[in-house]
Design a protein around this ligand. Sequence first.
Ligand code: ATP
Length: 267
Amino acid sequence: ARDLDLEFRVRADLKFEDIGGMEKVKDDIRMKIIHPLKNPELFAAYGKKPGGGVLLYGPPGCGKTLMARATAGEINASFFSVGLHQVLDMYIGESEQKLHKIFELARKSAPAVLFFDETDALAADRRDMRQSAGRNLINQFLSELDGAQAANDGLLILGATNAPWHLDGAFLRPGRFDRIIFVPPPDVGAREEIAKIHAKGKPLVDFDPADIAKRTDGFSGADLRAVFDQATELALTEAMKKGSVVPVSGKMLAKASKEVKPSTRKW
Ligand code: ATP
């Protein structure tokens, strides 16, 4: 169990304020996850139970993992993050067992958020069988979800996918992943906030987050981080030549934002 803990537990030290923009998503999570947990009687009066699963979907690099982690942080819960391939790349039978142990571990650590990334592997119609879950694992997963729902024991299940429409329909039934939240590409206001977050702790000159936001239409949060990484490299290269600190400039950031390609255009 210790090994599993080491493999999957991630510090839940983030809060919503550490995520730039995305106010609609945060509100959605408050309403669908946090409030039901905090006011179970009130929600029960409307026939709503806490628990069950929530599916986050949207383009890659736009903060699904970050949101899940911050959700755990907001409710002071343990956080376990499982890339489904970590369960899939095993011998037949072992995957099912490992999945069961992960649910057990999370239950023991309740209140806990158990987050599954790459749930695309649960797709019903995937050709590439090596990357997709077999029927046995899918059934195991479904029964774990049902168990978690029935026990109602402080375990929250979140999943992330880029393509919910490929997911085996059985996952979307009531009590399973029955709430769906779209995590969109950041708009211009969100990109400004994300730029401020990525800029933290760096020496800067002529830094205008609104200007960066305008230059980065279609960029994901992860693309924006790449912009800051590239600009920082430019500054570091100059700093090495000079032998002293050269701040990251607005110009370097503008140059980097031309080199990094936006990854969310098709969304
Ligand atoms: P994938 O579908 O590829 O798993 P994801 O949606 O889960 O992507 P994250 O892993 O949450 O994306 O985000 C990747 C990185 O991008 C984060 O570690 C963070 O540095 C940055 N990032 C994305 N969105 C934001 C945001 N709203 N605020 C701050 N940083 C962000």
